[in-house]
Design a binder for this molecule. Structure first.
Ligand code: MF3
Ligand code: CO
Length: 246
């Protein structure tokens, strides 16, 4: 779907709120903090900016962010888990302004982390940048996933298959989905005005996933660490515009 400039302007506003949620929650990350505290910090930003949450009550989801430590890939529910030195934690934030959605995530270190864990974070963020760089008219959607996969697997890591990015606009999850790998057949042509949430999930070990009994939390099957970075990006005449920036 192609969005008009006035629609993209609203998504830019939502994206700024999401960026502020990511900044304030990331700044609150330190050893000893409960993930529930990060959700409270994010709720304050949503309220202060007059936004609404697209995560809260989504299929019954109970929080405004997802917090996914260590071997949790995505959709961890904020709660009593206490962050410890050496952990990593993915923080996934979303907000709605005037009916338009933003969605973004970062994975941050808790205190000092080992060099290989640092590499996992750096490579995952680089794979997102590589994917974003493909969001230009004339390319096709599979160019995004192919670029993500090339960076992540080139560094010796694996890319999750069971979960993908997505188009986004007046709903958080719109068609088509955005795989982080070569999908086996060519994707749709990219046009100016299309908006996508690109969100590589990269594992230190294998790509297999397990869904926990809470119905949300997704973990690596082999218990290895997983990182997740996400931005909402519009395709413009001047190339990709990341909407989820301050
Ligand atoms: N931000 C997630 C995504 O990119 C959605 C979170 S699921 C929710 O798809 F239930 F928390 F909303
Ligand atoms: Co998303």
């Amino acid at each position: 779907m192609r969005r008009r400039p006035d629609e993209i302007a609203k998504m830019r506003k939502a994206g700024r709120v999401v960026a502020e949620m990511l900044a304030t929650t990331s700044a609150a990350v330190r050893p000893g903090v409960r993930t529930a505290q990060l959700d409270r910090v994010a709720r304050e930003v949503i309220e202060r900016r007059g936004a609404t949450s697209n995560f809260l009550n989504y299929h019954g989801y109970p929080a405004v962010i997802c917090t996914s430590p260590n071997n949790v890939i995505v959709h961890g529910i904020p709660g009593d888990y206490i962050l410890a030195e050496g952990d990593i934690v993915s923080i996934d934030c979303g907000a709605v302004i005037e009916g338009y959605h933003g969605d973004a995530a970062v994975t941050v270190p808790v205190g000092d982390i080992p060099p290989l864990t640092e590499k996992l974070l750096r490579v995952t963020e680089e794979s997102l940048s590589a994917g974003i760089g493909q969001l230009v008219e004339g390319n096709r959607l599979h160019d995004v996933g192919y670029a993500v996969q090339t960076v992540a697997e080139g560094a010796g890591f694996s890319v999750v298959r069971g979960y993908t990015g997505h188009a986004i606009g007046t709903r958080m999850h719109e068609e088509p989905s955005v795989p982080n790998y070569w999908p086996g057949k060519p994707g749709p042509a990219l046009r100016t005005g299309m908006v996508f949430a690109v969100e590589p999930m990269v594992n230190l070990g294998g790509p297999e996933t397990i869904q926990m009994e809470d119905g949300w939390t997704v973990v690596t099957a082999d218990g290895s660490l997983s990182a997740h970075f996400e931005h909402t990006i519009a395709i413009t005449d001047n190339g990709p515009e990341v909407l989820t920036l301050p």
